[in-house]
Write a protein that binds this ligand. Structure first.
Ligand code: ATP
Length: 287
């Protein structure tokens, strides 16, 4: 039986980098939430092999694919003899700061758990996800959460009040590793995570908008002027809040009013090829 899983993109409402740890990872505090822009993952049973396929030329169709690695991890860890063919309908921009690869991997963890009847709970899948990448644990649950540690410690949070999210990605890919390498923690700006968490708890849309912040934004802005241009354009078009997601280069706007969201989308459409106007999801679709 074929299994379908939705793999939604995430945005960072806030992202703070606290310090570099002795194991080489950075200690972070991130408030993340899912948006209604998703890859579609199709899993088809196979006798023993794992294969992965997508029509996107930016995504590897081999063992480098995070979705492949998720299936391989489950097969090896639980001694599963069966295989799976993974097809990824790629809708999330790649290397964009939207955790597309991590969300695909999380969807495969959930999907093969069902397909191979492994009976694992979400917490167990999230722990396994952390072995693949720091954002995979959050993506296993989706919804809205505070992520700490290197991003793998997840505390579920209340969804933000509904609003539009306009996403715009310039035609550059950004490697997360290179952004961290260029980060000077002393000179960087740090968002107020506590205030963001409070605003979410209170369902306070203005408070959320006032406290968006991303320590990595300054690094990416200095390297890619397109990111700053998109930010300016979105602010001028009347966004309630504007921030770069993850290590970028995607910039998002939060907007309550329909007409204003449409105006921001239209103004960016002529400027960037990848522009999306989607709803905030924010709640868990997987239990
Ligand atoms: P994050 O926000 O977690 O840093 P990202 O959105 O910046 O992630 P991805 O789209 O996940 O980045 O892609 C990062 C790299 O991972 C790409 O260069 C791509 O080649 C590789 N990759 C491996 N598997 C996938 C996948 N299933 N989808 C997208 N990219 C993948």
């Amino acid at each position: 039986m074929q299994i379908l899983e939705k793999a939604p993109a995430k945005i960072n409402l806030s992202l703070d980098v606290l310090h570099k740890r002795s194991d080489g990872f950075h200690e972070v505090e991130m408030v993340m939430t899912t948006v209604d822009l998703a890859d579609r993952i199709e899993l088809t049973p196979r006798p023993s092999e794992i294969s992965v396929e997508s029509e996107s030329r930016f995504v590897p169709n081999d063992e480098r694919n995070l979705a492949y690695r998720a299936a391989k991890l489950m097969k090896d860890r639980f001694g599963v003899e069966k295989g799976v063919k993974i097809f990824i309908e790629k809708n999330i921009p790649v290397a964009a700061g939207l955790a597309g690869g991590s969300s695909d991997a999380a969807a495969v963890l959930r999907g093969v758990n069902r397909m191979w009847e492994l009976g694992l709970g979400m917490d167990e899948l999230a722990r396994l996800g952390a072995e693949i990448g720091s954002d995979v644990s959050f993506c296993v649950y989706g919804g809205t959460a505070l992520a700490t540690g290197r991003g793998e410690k997840i505390q579920s949070m209340q969804a933000p009040p509904p609003c539009w999210v306009v996403l715009s990605k310039p035609t550059i890919g950004v490697s997360t590793q290179s952004i961290y390498q260029n980060l000077d923690l002393d000179g960087a700006e740090h968002p107020n995570t506590t205030a963001m968490v409070e605003a979410l708890k209170n369902g306070d849309y203005e408070g959320i908008c006032a406290n968006v912040g991303n320590t990595l934004e300054g690094v990416t802005l200095a390297l890619h002027e397109e990111v700053g241009q998109i930010k300016t354009q979105m602010k001028q078009a009347g966004a309630d809040a504007v921030l770069m997601s993850g290590s970028g280069p995607t910039v998002f706007s939060l907007v309550e009013q329909d007409a204003r969201a449409q105006r921001i989308y239209n103004s960016l459409k002529g400027f960037c090829t990848e522009v999306y106007m989607v709803r905030m999801l924010g709640y868990r679709e997987n239990t």
